[in-house]
Each structure stands twice: as C-alpha cells, then as structure tokens.
Design a protein around this ligand. Structure first.
Ligand SMILES: [Fe+2]
Ligand SMILES: [Fe+2]
Length: 158
C-alpha cells in the first residue's frame, strides 16, 4: 500500500465490475490488471522486466481478441482493433525510451493504461464478450423454439 505513493494515479485494482461473463477474456483481464498494477506500484529496479512481461501479455491479449473478432465476423471490430494497435505502439515507444535510460516512463505508461482499461473493457470488450457468448450458446434458443412449437401443436390438437 505504501508503494502506491510512487504512482500519481490510483493503482489499478480488480473489480467485479470488470467481469464480462466470457471466462477466457475475464482471465486475461485479471492478468492485465495485475501487470498494470505491478508497473504502477512495483520497485523501480524491476520496471524494465515488468514492462517486458506486460508487452508479452498485451501481444497475446490483443492478438486473441483480434482473432476472435475476425473469425466470428464481429461487425464493429475496426475501432476495437485500432485501440489495441495504438496501445501496442505506445508500449514499443516506451520500451525504446526505457532502453535509453528513461525508466520512469514505465510508470507513466502504467498510469495511462490504468485510465484506459476500464473504458475499453466496459465499452469494447464487453460488446465482444456478449457477441461471443451469444454465439457459443446460440443453440439453446433454437432447441427451446422447437420445444415450444411442439407444445403449441399439442395445445392446438387438444
Ligand atoms: Fe481485453
Ligand atoms: Fe480489447
């Protein structure tokens, strides 16, 4: 908790408000939150390593969501994929300045990510999670409809 004094922005913390109901995405988001929090609050001499961990995570995280959007033909994917690409560009830029010794830029990036994530998750990831869940469980309403038809036929024949 005293580590939070290093960060001008409140450290990102997991909240149930982030749960979207798509388990693989929720697990990835828990990891995202933990990594951003670590970059906000972790010791200065570990920041380069934490940034590398975050970059590896972000590539997996965004590639996976981009793939889900492409494979399922998710209609509003352009702006979502653009946000992922913009974040990755920032991560690469920060990695480059950190290599020149500006280690404090990791904290600034982490603060920006802590500010960005709740809106991204709430607005874009939640729409994707809803879309994926609807597709995954899309068979159920068909079965129910068939049952309902049978029930209606029984009623009309009675
Ligand atoms: Fe995400
Ligand atoms: Fe996303």
């Amino acid at each position: 908790m005293s580590d939070a004094s290093h960060a001008p922005e409140p450290a990102l913390d997991w909240s149930d408000a982030f749960v979207l109901g798509h388990e693989p995405m929720d697990a990835t988001h828990r990891e995202f939150v933990a990594l951003v929090r670590a970059m906000q609050t972790g010791p200065e001499d570990g920041l380069a390593g934490l940034l590398a961990d975050f970059e590896a995570h972000a590539r997996r995280h965004f590639e996976e969501e981009d793939r889900w959007m492409l494979e399922t033909g998710f209609p509003p994917r352009e702006c979502h994929m653009d946000e992922h690409a913009a974040v990755l560009r920032s991560v690469v830029e920060v990695r480059e300045v950190v290599a020149r010794g500006e280690i404090g830029q990791v904290r600034r990036l982490a603060d920006a990510l802590a500010d960005w994530f709740p809106r991204h998750a709430d607005w874009l990831d939640s729409a994707l999670a809803h879309w994926l869940c609807k597709r995954a469980y899309g068979g159920k309403p068909v079965v129910l409809r068939r049952d309902l038809k049978g029930a209606l036929r029984d009623v009309s024949q009675a």
